[in-house]
Design a binder for this molecule. Structure first.
Ligand code: ZN
Length: 234
């Protein structure tokens, strides 16, 4: 099958290799919080990018691999897990009713990162994208949990209360969620194995496009510290 996990990984590796030729170190202050997507990630370790690689560069790859895993799990769910697929479809329609979603439509490199840069201590923001993203629309409209033929184009109201699931439905849903989880783990293992095979190409790109810029930054910093205006041994 052409759209195998491995070929999808390679496709996203190609995208990352194209992206990295344009990478430049950030000039603004980054946040010090650890990224849950990248820190300790087996994907980053398999790619060989766990040490001495800027987070933004790691993040671009881990988000691209997340695309591969999410798409595979979505397809599997759609094909094999009808109850879970239905529930996910409902919650997606509720989400799409939200008026403004600044985190949507971003390039993979920017997904999962903080929406707002760190504010300066003396200049707080009037509003932040994170606040807007958290806002819920004010007036939820009631709608049935299930219709015979749901209109996928019609968004549901986000805060609409749904009738509770029966114990049987809950049990089926729980079993299907477990299957989806197991499948995601299997996909993750295959993604890591494929990244290990791709490691030489990934490391060559780091050596060519990232390392020289990091070295230049360090050299710059060193010459600043050596400056007579900033004596090392006063
Ligand atoms: Zn990250």
């Amino acid at each position: 099958m052409d759209r195998s996990i491995e070929s999808r990984v390679n496709h996203e590796v190609e995208n990352w290799l194209r992206w990295i030729t344009r990478w430049r170190p950030a000039t603004h202050r980054g946040r010090s919080r650890l990224c849950r997507q990248c820190f300790g990630s087996p994907i980053i370790a398999s790619a060989g990018l766990a040490v001495d690689v800027p987070h933004v560069v790691q993040h671009a790859l881990s988000m691209r691999m997340k695309i591969v895993i999410d798409a595979s799990v979505d397809e599997y769910t759609e094909l094999n897990l009808p109850m879970l697929a239905h529930e996910l479809n409902l919650s997606e329609r509720r989400e799409s009713a939200q008026a403004y979603r600044p985190a949507e439509g971003l390039d993979p490199e920017f997904r999962g990162l903080d929406l707002d840069p760190q504010p300066a201590a003396d200049a707080p923001y009037l509003f932040t994208f994170s606040e807007l993203a958290d806002q819920q629309p004010p007036e939820p409209q009631p709608a049935p949990r299930r219709s015979v033929k749901p209109d996928v184009n019609e968004p549901l109201a986000p805060a609409e209360p749904l009738p509770p699931l029966s114990p049987e439905e809950k049990a089926i849903l729980k079993a299907e969620m477990q299957l989806a989880d197991d499948f995601a783990t299997q996909v993750g293992i295959r993604v890591c194995a494929q990244l290990t095979r791709e490691r030489p190409r990934l490391l060559a790109a780091i050596a060519q496009f990232v390392e020289p810029q990091v070295q230049a930054l360090l050299a710059d910093l060193e010459s600043t510290l050596d400056s007579p205006l900033w004596p090392r041994n006063p």
